[in-house]
Design a protein around this ligand. Structure first.
Ligand SMILES: *Cc1c(COP(=O)(O)O)cnc(C)c1O
Length: 378
């Protein structure tokens, strides 16, 4: 048996008859950038997330970058995030010559630990007024503890940007009711990279917001800051979204909640049937139905490298997200952090491993994955 980490062909098989004509329609329209399909997608995604505005952009990375640009992040401003995420989360901060400040993750959820955030604020009273944004990440598809984080950011009037690249449709039970990922901060960022739960046939992204003024700034920045056309009061870039991505994403959006459900069902199956003493299955912070399981990540304190070799030999796809925390990346050495500064992130980097969880995964395949992991630890 062969079990890939992700099988986009299996997904395509279920929607090919819709996708191909939609792509063809875009080709024939000869309107390839932005256009009516992008406008329609922006409206539908904003609606899906419970926000007023959606601004289509060129990638999840650019969604984060343009968000920080819209907040007017300047060189030497501080931006807080965690050291354990996909590189883009910290990369965009440094690209604007701002300073990434890291606070450690919660060891169970892998998301920003509000207690650590509070501790940083308490211990850095002289620096707090230089913090111009905070970026919690909803890692693997489960929301960070937003009520606790927002309590702190509201107290200090720090704008919160959600890195919801892995979490479109993920829900959070806030004290104000159930909220969708991306709708709780001033800006929410999504990625349509093909491996995300809602993935295009190339790069794409979206920023959502309830702030009309910011939405207008984002719209201008997306097109070189041009407003009106060929007049520039600010410097933006080319962060536009292609029509063909929007056309495909509009089709996939119809199935997104069904795909989330299948991932949750698969997660439940692993939760109940993968029973190895040393392995820590994913922690459910709220409810399983609130987690969209972009990844199903287990923690293995012993013999991870050997397990990976064994899985590979048995044709089981898997990946480590992420093997090196930001503060240990060579390019961030100038920030002056040291090994040991963020023990929970470091431990996660050493122990986590993502297993196949995609919607089309069969029970037979899951049984095989479970059987092989159990065999390895026996
Ligand atoms: C995928 C991802 C991004 C970047 O999105 P791209 O579309 O690949 O640029 C940013 N942050 C996180 C947490 C991601 O998983």
């Amino acid at each position: 048996m062969k079990v890939p980490l992700l099988d986009l062909k299996a997904q395509l098989d279920t929607i090919r008859d819709e996708v191909k004509p939609a792509v063809d329609e875009v080709i024939e329209s000869t309107k390839y950038i932005m256009g009516p399909r992008v406008a329609e997608l922006e409206e539908k995604i904003a609606d899906y997330c419970g926000t007023s505005f959606g601004i289509g952009v060129s990638s999840g990375t650019d969604a984060l970058l343009i968000s920080l640009m819209a907040l007017n992040i300047q060189p030497d401003n501080l931006v807080i995030t965690t050291p354990y995420s996909f590189f883009a989360t910290a990369g965009v901060i440094a690209r604007l010559r701002a300073v990434p400040v890291f606070v450690d993750i919660d060891p169970d959820t892998y998301n920003m630990d509000p207690v650590k955030l509070k501790k940083w604020v308490r211990e850095n009273k002289d620096k707090v007024d230089k913090v111009r944004a905070i970026i919690p990440v909803h890692l693997y598809g489960q929301c960070a503890d937003m009520d606790s984080i927002l309590k702190i950011t509201n107290e200090y009037s720090i704008p919160l940007v959600e890195d919801a690249a892995q979490a479109i449709g993920s829900r959070y039970p806030s004290f104000k009711g159930i909220k969708k990922a991306g709708s709780m901060g001033v800006l929410g960022c999504f990625s349509f990279f093909p491996s995300k739960n809602l993935g295009g046939i190339g790069d794409g992204g979206m920023v959502v917001t309830n702030d009309e003024k910011l939405s207008q700034i984002l719209i201008n920045l997306r097109n070189h800051g041009s407003h009106p056309k060929y007049y520039h009061s600010m410097i933006g870039g080319n962060f536009r979204l292609d029509s063909v991505q929007a056309a495909v994403l509009l089709i996939k959006l119809k199935y997104l909640d069904d795909w989330h459900n299948s991932r949750q069902k698969n997660a439940k199956y692993y939760d109940e049937n993968l029973n190895v003493e040393v392995i820590k299955n994913p922690f459910i912070a709220y409810k399983r139905e609130y987690h969209i399981y972009n990844q199903y990540v287990i923690s293995v304190p012993e013999k991870r490298a050997e397990l990976r070799t064994f899985l590979k030999e048995n044709n089981i796809g898997h990946e480590v997200y992420y093997p090196v925390p930001f503060h240990e990346q060579e390019c961030f050495r100038y920030l002056g952090y040291r090994e040991g500064d963020f023990p929970n992130s470091e431990q996660a980097a050493q122990r986590t491993i993502a297993l196949p969880i995609y919607p089309e995964l069969t029970t037979e395949m899951q049984d095989y994955v479970i059987e092989k992991i159990e065999e390895f630890y026996r």
